[in-house]
Design a protein around this ligand. Structure first.
Ligand code: IPE
Ligand code: IPE
Ligand code: MG
Ligand code: MG
Ligand code: MG
Length: 297
């Protein structure tokens, strides 16, 4: 039976797991990490991980929990660093002062480092306790997507593009595929692998995750241009301000909306292929794809 992602329960368990890494240590760096980790994120990546897991198994969701914690910690660290003055110089995150505004730059850098390392500690502990290779595979998928061939490379390109005068749509998509899509896709892939999907199913999950991740970033870019900071919980108009190269700043709002719709449609078509191949029900993921296309935050 499917247990839907229960965000409240996830928050509570994540807090307990975070506290377990803290032992009884009192230090600003833990305060800063907790400030960001528990500041009202949508928890999309853990949600996707669980959805993909449950496509392939009825087994207890506790078996994929550590990976849900880890991927959210990695996401949270990436946002702390993304907001730093040396990167996007952003003062507002989830309706609150960014980590470096609240705790200072040095502590924010360390809080990001702390979350990243904790994520690997949690995954490695799980791998040690389970001889089944799929745990290790899931960890490798997450590590590869977060690292220098994935999110980090995308962030580096994103920054480099600020200095360029012209960037093509294909270059923007390549960059966004790395900075955002990689981790979203990894959440789905890790979930699928933990749930026991085969290699053909993995291929389709990979394709779906790529499209969904790219569409998620295009929506983020659109919201930067059309939403207001109060509703969004982060500053708006900053992509234009910082000479960021996004679908919206380079090709305009209409083309961005068009591309987003196209990607959502393609993503859902891939899920239908997966249904055909495996006889599983992907309606929940298709519904989420629709919701993300028009999300307001
Ligand atoms: C924001 O991600 C950064 C991007 C990759 C676009 P989310 O929109 O998932 O951020 P939270 O965690 O819900 O705040
Ligand atoms: C995604 O891009 C950030 C990461 C991959 C960490 P943005 O820089 O557009 O994200 P926001 O808008 O600050 O959340
Ligand atoms: Mg950025
Ligand atoms: Mg940013
Ligand atoms: Mg943005």
């Amino acid at each position: 039976m499917t247990t839907y992602f229960n965000q409240k329960q996830f928050e509570d368990e994540l807090r307990l797991r975070f506290e377990k890494t803290q032992l009884d240590i009192k230090d600003r760096v833990f305060e800063a990490a907790a400030y960001s980790l528990f500041s009202g994120g949508k928890r999309l990546r853990p949600n996707l991980l669980q959805m993909a897991y449950q496509l392939f198994t009825d087994a207890d969701i506790n078996l994929c929990r550590p990976f849900q914690f880890a991927i959210e910690m990695i996401h949270s660290y990436s946002l702390i660093h993304d907001d730093l003055p040396a990167m996007d110089n952003d003062n507002l995150r989830r309706g609150k002062p960014s980590c470096h505004i609240a705790f200072g730059e040095a502590t924010a850098i360390l809080a990001g480092d702390l979350l990243l390392n904790s994520a690997y500690e949690i995954m490695a502990e799980t791998c040690l306790a389970n001889i089944d290779k799929r745990y290790l595979s899931a960890m490798i998928v997450i590590a590869a997507a977060s690292g220098g061939r994935g999110m980090i490379l995308g962030q580096s390109r994103d920054l480099a593009f600020e200095e360029k005068n012209s960037v093509t749509a294909a270059e923007i998509e390549d960059m966004q595929m790395l900075k955002t899509s990689a981790l979203i896709r990894a959440a789905l892939l890790a979930g699928g692998i933990l749930g026991g999907c085969n290699s053909k199913e993995q291929d389709l999950i990979y394709q779906f995750g790529s499209k969904l991740g790219l569409s998620f970033q295009i929506r983020d870019d659109l919201l930067d241009a059309i939403a207001n900071a109060e509703d969004l919980g982060k500053s708006t108009g900053k992509d234009e301000r910082d000479n960021k190269k996004t679908y919206v700043t380079v090709l305009g709002i209409d083309r961005a909306i068009q591309r987003l719709a196209e990607l959502s449609k393609e993503a859902k078509a891939i899920l239908l292929k997966l249904e055909k191949l495996s006889g599983i029900d992907t309606s929940e993921l298709r519904m989420l794809t629709d919701q993300l296309e028009t999300r307001q935050m």
